[in-house]
Design a protein around this ligand. Structure first.
Ligand code: CTP
Length: 397
């Protein structure tokens, strides 16, 4: 299953390091070649002998082998890898990775690699929820590291809470599924719309909404991680462009979003409409700021914006697949199905604003994916990254 794949397994100094032995075993059994890199403190928890016996390769921990003077090239190692998996990831190494403190072989390999990096943090619950850890975590995420979140449960300290490293089987399946599918969309192109649109009233005011763009950016990232070329048309958001083959066009209002989308759609194999497009725009945008003291009451005349997904839906040729989102507050299922039909979509991802942890400004989502043929797939509450991956797998793989 993983024959010919090269994995760097990074192990840091936490009690969960004992689980990495199982993880290594799973990779080796699946046919992967694994090079283990340990931080010096990881060796306090498990012995390199166990790991080198299982991997069939000497474990690397230092820049040099003291007695022979042999230098271990972190650059070569980084280039050799198809994937780097750091499990467990301690708070200390997480901080070093986030700020580029390259004082050991593991962090230098991380900084040198062009491979996909997975990290499975493990720490005590208070360390996990400390603002510093959460800050570092979001830096790693935006640097493209796929975080395999810890579970809640009993911790080595005896405390109960989130921080326990995810089980080796789960880490194995996340990494191996990525390795086996990473190029399945190579040669394909997709359009993704994301974020809100801002409809200007005057030079300083606009009509907008609470969309953060996170779901659309996660979809773009998931498509790119399967090897696709992505055209991401984004409204005003403060998010970095996802790594991989992603071409980003920033727009402000719905008309600009439509123009940018129409310009690329013909050459695409499909599209995902994640943008929360403002339904109406002011008929006129004042050239100068509207002054408060002159007016006690104002009436804004609004005109309906173009429906981007419906317009693209009419351009669609056979073979092009379209996915939309529906954010509903009531009569959710029927409204979503109606939208899918009206807009000519092949799938619609329904999320409810009434659901805790779903919708705007959260890092998680829960969606019901409905196909034009009537298939219904429930995607439980999970990170937007994972929801995005599931949607892409269901609709495009
Ligand atoms: N959409 C779009 N262009 C618009 C409005 C919506 O492309 N002008 C897309 C969204 O990106 C989403 C889907 O259509 O994929 C549904 O958006 P939603 O706001 O839920 O529905 P609307 O069509 O705007 O209907 P309503 O606001 O009345 O629920």
């Amino acid at each position: 299953m993983l024959k010919g794949k090269h994995i760097v397994l990074g192990i840091t100094g936490g009690i969960a390091a004992y689980k990495s032995v199982m993880l290594l075993r799973l990779f080796v059994k699946a046919g992967a070649e694994v090079q283990v890199v340990m931080t010096p403190s990881a060796k306090e928890f498990i012995t390199p002998v166990t790991l080198s016996s299982l991997s069939g390769k000497p474990v690397i921990s230092e820049f040099f082998t003291a007695n022979t003077g042999e230098w271990h090239s972190h650059v070569d190692l980084g280039l050799w890898a198809d994937a780097m998996v750091i499990a467990p990831l301690t708070a200390s190494t997480m901080g070093k990775m986030a700020s580029g403190v390259a004082d050991n072989m593991l962090v230098t390999s991380y900084l040198s690699t062009r491979a996909k990096v997975f990290a499975a943090p493990a720490m005590d619950l208070d360390m996990w929820r400390h603002p510093s850890s959460q800050r570092n975590l979001s830096v790693l995420r935006s640097d493209g590291v796929e975080i395999i979140e810890p579970e809640a449960g009993e911790l080595a300290s005896g405390l109960v809470g989130k921080g326990r490293m995810e089980e080796p089987e789960v880490i194995f399946s996340r990494v191996s599924s990525w390795l086996t599918k990473k190029d399945v969309l190579k040669g394909k192109r997709y359009l993704v719309t994301a974020g809100p649109t801002y409809e200007n009233i005057d030079p300083v005011r606009f009509i907008g909404n609470h969309s953060s763009g996170k779901m659309g950016f996660a979809i773009a990232s998931a498509l790119a991680s399967f090897g696709a070329e992505v055209h991401l048309v984004s409204g005003p958001v403060s998010l970095p462009t996802p790594s991989g083959n992603v071409v980003r066009t920033d727009v402000v209002n719905a008309r600009e979003m439509l123009t940018a989308s129409e310009a690329v759609f013909q050459s695409c194999d499909g599209a995902v409409f994640c943008a929360a497009v403002a339904d109406y725009a002011p008929v006129v945008c004042e050239e100068r700021k509207i002054k408060r003291e002159k007016l006690d009451r104002i009436t804004l005349e609004l005109v309906k914006n173009p429906d981007i997904s419906a317009t693209i839906g009419m351009m669609k040729s056979s073979g092009q697949r379209l996915v939309g989102f529906a954010l509903e507050t009531d009569n959710e299922f029927d409204n979503a199905v109606g939208k899918m039909q009206r807009k000519g979509l092949d799938w619609i991802a329904l999320n409810s604003l009434r659901e805790a942890g779903a919708g705007f400004r959260t890092d998680t989502n829960r969606v019901t994916l409905i196909s034009a043929q009537g298939a219904v797939t429930e995607i439980p509450l999970m990170s937007k990254t994972e929801v995005a991956r599931r949607i892409v797998e269901e609709c495009f793989l």
